[in-house]
Design a protein around this ligand. Structure first.
Ligand SMILES: NC(=O)c1ccc[n+]([C@@H]2O[C@H](COP(=O)([O-])OP(=O)(O)OC[C@H]3O[C@@H](n4cnc5c(N)ncnc54)[C@H](OP(=O)(O)O)[C@@H]3O)[C@@H](O)[C@H]2O)c1
Length: 362
């Protein structure tokens, strides 16, 4: 099948799932990454074309992406890769997708909306687990109230993670958390709020954690106040708060290098068997100024398997010409029901207001 798509970072944990899923879906992407032996080996195994290049030199990146309809970037942390690849895409008229959930990256891409539109290019980041389910749930909830002013989203189910997610988390240790208030992103202390949330199997403690939705949900729904939470074991709430003063230490380059090396040495990501057993749950609620509420939940398959599937389908639909130019979110591109197209995803409208109680902050 004709699919002029370059998958960059294709031999990482998630990139490899994406590449395999694309092939199983009948597509033949070109594989790419900066480590020649790894991309060559993978391309031989999957019988695909490949390119080996790093992102350091603008003209090299532009030359490499120019021949493609779209680039799907799976190389994270995206703080280092989204900028150069998106710039090369805009310069060469190539559409750009990625699977980031990093707020700063998403905000930076949103800020390039006009530039992308002028170039006739679509920037469609975050086509992975974070944020496809949460973004679709946000759009669904926003349609249930006439003027929602506050959105809360929460995720339960990130118990095992891949090396790249671990390294993105290491970068996150050095930063404060973030919420959106009055349309602006504001930094807040890590784990500032807790809530008890019923994800569908009894209530769990969830702590405020800055998901990509702090960026994307605003562009999808226009709701000016957005907060994001994740279910964590009780002990982790205290740990997150006690380590706040260490943020400057975590930010230093040697500590970042050491922690990322530790992730590389110790984290391999969930196995196929573990992923097959895994389920994730998402909960969301919108509130308006009159105090009216609407809540809903999603149940999804394993986040990494779902990421591979949503990324491939989003890429296919973008290449097919379904998405407008400029910056897009998953739900602005494909609507609130996009996530329901994937096997194993179920949505349930919860009784308004049921499912969460605010817990003590600090
Ligand atoms: N949004 C979501 O739902 C979702 C889901 C899954 C993963 N992710 C994110 O996806 C990213 C990748 O995760 P992973 O577990 O697949 O990571 P991984 O196994 O560590 O693989 C990362 C890949 O990115 C490449 N890479 C990293 N930094 C690079 C740079 N500066 N220049 C060029 N290539 C670079 C690596 O190439 P080398 O090996 O050659 O360095 C490798 O191919 C992470 O940021 C993770 O958080 C997001």
């Amino acid at each position: 099948m004709d699919w002029e798509v370059l998958v960059y970072g294709s031999y990482g944990y998630t990139g490899a799932l994406v590449a395999r899923t694309a092939v199983e879906s009948g597509y033949s992407p070109t594989l790419a990454g900066r480590t020649t032996e790894r991309v060559e080996r993978q391309a031989t195994e999957l019988d695909l074309d490949h390119r080996a290049f790093s992102l350091e030199h603008r003209t090299v990146v532009e030359d490499q992406v120019a021949a493609f309809d779209a680039v799907l970037n799976c190389a994270g942390p995206f703080s280092a890769t989204a900028g150069p690849l998106a710039s090369a895409c805009i310069a060469t008229g190539t559409d750009y997708l990625d699977i980031t959930g990093e707020i700063a990256v998403l905000e930076s891409l949103a800020g390039r909306d006009e530039e992308a539109r002028n170039a006739g290019v679509t920037l469609l980041p975050a086509v992975g687990f974070d944020v496809v389910p949460t973004d679709c749930l946000a759009a669904h909830l926003a349609s249930r109230l006439s003027s929602p002013t506050r959105l809360t989203l929460a995720i339960d189910g990130l118990d095992t993670f891949s090396p790249g997610t671990g390294k993105s988390m290491v970068e996150g240790l050095s930063r404060p958390a973030a919420v959106r208030e009055d349309g602006e992103i504001r930094t807040v202390p890590a784990a500032a709020e807790t809530r008890r949330i019923d994800f569908g199997r009894g209530t769990k403690t969830a702590v405020s954690i800055p998901w990509g939705d702090v960026a994307t949900a605003y562009y999808t729904t226009g709701i000016p106040d957005v907060r994001t939470f994740a279910a964590v074991p009780e002990f982790a709430v205290g740990l997150l708060r006690r380590t706040r003063p260490l943020a400057p230490l975590f930010a230093s380059a040697p500590v970042q290098r050491a922690l990322k090396a530790l992730v590389d040495a110790t984290v391999s990501g969930p196995t196929a068997e573990e992923r097959a057993q895994d389920v994730a749950r998402v909960w969301g609620e919108v509130v308006d100024d009159e105090g009216d509420r609407a809540a809903a939940r999603l149940r999804t398959p394993d986040p990494y398997d779902l990421t591979a599937r949503t990324a491939v389908v989003a890429t296919q639909r973008l290449v097919a010409g379904e998405v407008a130019d400029g910056f897009q979110t998953p739900a602005s591109a494909f609507g609130p029901d996009f996530v329901l197209e994937f096997e194993g995803v179920e949505r349930e409208d919860a009784t308004a207001g049921v499912g969460a109680t605010a817990g003590p902050g600090d």
